[in-house]
Design a protein around this ligand. Structure first.
Ligand SMILES: *[C@@H]1O[C@H](CO)[C@@H](O)[C@H](O)[C@H]1NC(C)=O
Length: 498
């Protein structure tokens, strides 16, 4: 009893000091919020988003197509209507990767690794919206979100029996496509495979396979949103993302499902990078990406492992805080991205939209996809650019001028001000998390959370709860904080320690 009391007191103390001292740091590690739109748009026009129920793929288990923990994979389908009844847009969900046994074992306890933990329904916004005023070209199509629960961009194929882990991304992809074909996609006259972040990478990897599902008469194209992960050097000269991808590819045996034409020239890890994959994709592909991709800045360029003293924290939390040398580093990153897209942009069938924003996943959020003040390049919002390209109305190779010229961005920033209530309604979050493989002694995680709606999802109360849980787990683990727990609207990410 006395022991428990001490634990609770110490827990509270940790919690309070955590808030005071490490508050901003812990907070920044978990929340990525959007600044300008919060107050402005929350209360006004936004109608209730369409909620669509989860369907599990019943036949999947017999084909070995299961989530990390062996549960059935799933998807959300909302039927098309009218002129869109035979058109299909598929969105592959994103959400980081797992690159070690440890991180995958943790992941299978989350909705990113188990359908037992998935939301039973999710909002359909942006490219999945069923309203013409929110989604002018695809609103009446059959719209599908395929849930991500394998941890390797729907591309692994293996298992670890010792750790009870199934790495069946490729099989999940195939089972989902087979299921959707049987639900009417076999009659599609138009189809678009899209995806964001880890799902945006998956949409590149699977683009030609998707094309192959349909007869030649079907119009088939692919859209990769925020999936253009560069094989870049981080702020300390290391290769954070390459190390992460290397772990994913090796552990989950991804090389089995990468293009042979790439593998004959490059190592498997290189062939998991979009810059080396896109020349092997023959189906028309659209690359949508922010030039200063907020996730890549956070987790690939300046993760804590590459920036142990936190010199980039302020710049990472808000681009307005970056000094001239940091901006220069980011301009170099943008130049690398544009160079990597040089050949791609020359093809007549490809589409390109690289806006100079600090954003991530702009097609699934309503405010960035299409709205009164959505981001523009040469007056064109993303939804119109993608539609123009898909329907061959116009050639779209939109490359923004360099920062800070674009005043239409919806930049993601950390909310450093814990004391100000910024929103009240927890909504379904788009979450991108990764485990940093470079941190050997120091367990480092990078998680990025943002809200689908312009409303913010984190209240101070939530943050307090998070701090308390972290502190409590810390105690339970006796100095080995195995897990970082956050409220259910947030993602929890395990550390890697090998
Ligand atoms: C910018 O900030 C970084 C990190 O704090 C620092 O190392 C660098 O010297 C600064 N550069 C300028 C030009 O102030």
């Amino acid at each position: 009893m006395a022991m428990k009391l001490i634990l609770i007191v110490v827990g509270l103390a940790c919690c309070i000091t955590g808030v005071i001292s490490g508050g901003s740091e812990i907070h920044s590690a978990f929340s990525y919020l959007e600044n300008d739109f919060v107050a402005a748009k929350a209360s006004s026009s936004t109608p209730q988003p369409l909620m669509v129920a989860l369907t599990l793929i019943q036949g999947a288990a017999s084909k070995g197509a299961v989530c990390l923990d062996g549960t059935l994979p799933g998807y959300h389908l909302h039927r098309g209507f009218g002129s869109g009844a035979n058109s299909w847009v598929i969105q592959l969900e994103g959400g980081g990767w797992c690159n070690t046994i440890r991180s995958c074992v943790f992941r299978k306890t989350t909705r990113r690794g188990s359908s037992d933990r998935m939301e039973k329904q999710i909002p359909f916004t942006g490219i999945l919206s069923n309203k013409a005023e929110e989604n002018p070209d695809f609103f009446n199509w059959n719209r599908v979100k395929v849930r991500y629960c394998d941890g390797a961009s729907f591309s692994g194929d293996g298992e670890d029996t010792g750790a009870n882990l199934q790495f069946r991304g490729q099989k999940i992809w195939l089972a989902a496509m087979k299921e959707l074909m049987s639900k009417g996609m076999q009659n599609a006259d138009q189809a678009l495979l899209s995806g964001c972040s880890a799902g945006g990478l998956a949409s590149i990897i699977h683009c030609d396979e998707f094309r192959g599902l349909f007869p030649k008469s079907t119009k088939v194209k692919c859209l990769s949103d925020a999936g253009f992960f560069l094989d870049a050097t981080d702020v300390s000269g290391g290769r954070t993302l390459r190390n992460l991808f290397g772990g994913v590819v090796k552990l989950q045996e991804v090389q089995k499902n990468l293009p042979a034409s790439c593998l004959s020239k490059l190592d498997p890890t290189s062939c998991f990078f979009p810059q080396n994959l896109i020349s092997h994709v023959t189906t028309p592909l659209f690359i949508l990406n922010a030039a200063y991709d907020a996730w890549q800045l956070q987790a690939s360029l300046a993760p804590p492992s590459a920036d142990p003293h936190g010199a980039w924290n302020s710049c990472k939390s808000n681009h307005a805080n970056c000094n001239s040398s940091q901006i220069q580093f980011l301009q170099d990153f943008r130049n690398q991205m544009l160079n990597a897209l040089d050949g791609f942009s020359l093809s007549s069938q490809t589409g390109l939209y690289i806006n100079s924003c600090f954003a991530h996943c702009q097609s699934e959020r309503q405010d960035t996809w299409f709205g009164d003040d959505s981001p523009l390049i040469k007056n064109k919002p993303i939804a119109i650019a993608v539609g123009d390209w898909y329907f061959d109305r116009q050639v779209v190779k939109a490359i923004d001028c360099a920062y800070p010229c674009d005043k239409t961005c919806h930049n993601l920033v950390f909310n450093d001000d814990v004391s100000t209530p910024v929103g009240s309604q927890p909504t379904s979050d788009g979450i991108f998390s990764t485990v940093d493989p470079q941190s050997s002694s120091d367990d480092t995680t990078a998680t990025m959370v943002f809200s689908y709606s312009p409303r913010l999802t984190l209240t101070p109360l939530y943050m307090l709860a998070a701090y308390f849980l972290v502190a409590f787990m810390f105690l339970l683990q006796k100095g080995d904080p195995l897990f970082v727990l956050v409220p259910s609207s947030l993602q929890a990410v395990p550390p890697t320690k090998h």
